[in-house]
Design a protein around this ligand. Structure first.
Ligand SMILES: C[S@@+](CC[C@H](N)C(=O)[O-])C[C@H]1O[C@@H](n2cnc3c(N)ncnc32)[C@H](O)[C@@H]1O
Length: 276
């Protein structure tokens, strides 16, 4: 729904070069630029997408930040997952409205925010974080973006200590250093047909994850990939990739929880079919 900007809201100001600034609007507040301040009062009461000028004429457009923009601008404790990977995680883990998701670790709350939006008010997110300062930072970020959320449970303890006490969930998403140590315990809390997704920065870790999944009979359809997004400059006859890109962030491994067949030796895991 379209509504004008109000006090206390976050606005994203961007200039002619696309540089973005996250600002909390207050009555009488000022956003300082190289060309003098932009007065918050010039934005308050205006529609999203309005143009405002600093006192010395620099031009800014004000919009509400998307979740992706918010994640890149919000204060961090731990390193956040980049939007290109958040997007893939939601689809490859097939997180749907009403879904019950278990996450670890919470870190700065970027993935938690994305999960909360995907599961919607009928779903629930249980997130584990072992460091209190990170959990506090994540909760502050979540409240800043989403307000009070009634379907988020934050567990301040190592996930391995809590997994055995959890009710069944539909999805498990892990962004922590040694997820291969958790696969057997995750298999007990993840419902049959559920999806486990793990995000790690090195391919050595993905290898360890895959070997762990291959040893256990509760897993199938294991795949690992990374996501490269190559932005392009399109400006008149200059049509080429930008010189810089976010070249590496992390690897994603996904597996499906299956019911092991009674009395059958450990199967070689089938690889997912590929559409060429
Ligand atoms: C890379 S950060 C997660 C970032 C998060 N996905 C985000 O997008 O903001 C990893 C987090 O896992 C936490 N962690 C590491 N091992 C853990 C464990 N066994 N149980 C719970 N949290 C753990 C760390 O304290 C850290 O905050």
């Amino acid at each position: 729904m379209s509504r004008p900007f109000g006090p206390g809201e976050r606005a994203l100001f961007f200039d002619n070069k696309g540089r973005r600034y996250l600002v909390t609007l207050t009555e009488g507040g000022e956003f300082h630029t190289h060309a003098g301040p932009v007065l918050h009062d010039d934005v308050l009461g205006q529609d999203e997408g309005c143009t405002v000028r600093s006192t010395r004429g620099a031009r800014y457009i004000a919009v509400r930040p998307t979740l992706s923009e918010m994640v890149l601008k919000m204060p961090r404790g731990a390193q956040v997952i980049y939007p290109k990977d958040l997007a893939m995680i939601l689809f490859w883990a097939d997180v749907y409205p009403g879904c019950r998701v278990l996450e670890a670790g919470t870190g700065s709350g970027a993935l938690t925010l994305a999960l909360l939006r995907a599961v919607g008010p009928e779903g629930r997110v249980i997130t584990y974080e072992q460091r209190e300062e990170f959990a506090r930072r994540a909760l502050a970020n979540i409240h800043m973006r989403a307000g009070e959320v009634g379907n988020l449970m934050v567990r301040l303890r190592p996930v391995e200590e809590g997994l055995g006490e959890e009710e069944p969930v539909d999805r498990v998403v892990l962004d922590l250093p040694e997820p291969w140590k958790l696969t057997a315990a995750v298999a007990r809390v993840l419902r049959p047909g559920g999806i486990l997704l793990m995000y790690v920065p090195t391919i050595i870790q993905s290898h360890q994850i895959t070997e762990a999944l291959q040893r256990e009979r509760a897993w199938a359809l294991v795949e690992t990939f990374e996501t490269l997004v190559r932005p392009w400059n399109i400006d008149g006859t200059s049509v080429r990739p930008f010189h810089r890109m976010v070249a590496h962030t992390g690897f994603i491994t996904v597996a499906r929880r299956v019911v092991p067949e009674e009395g059958v030796a450990m199967p070689r895991l089938p690889l997912p079919e590929r559409d060429e």
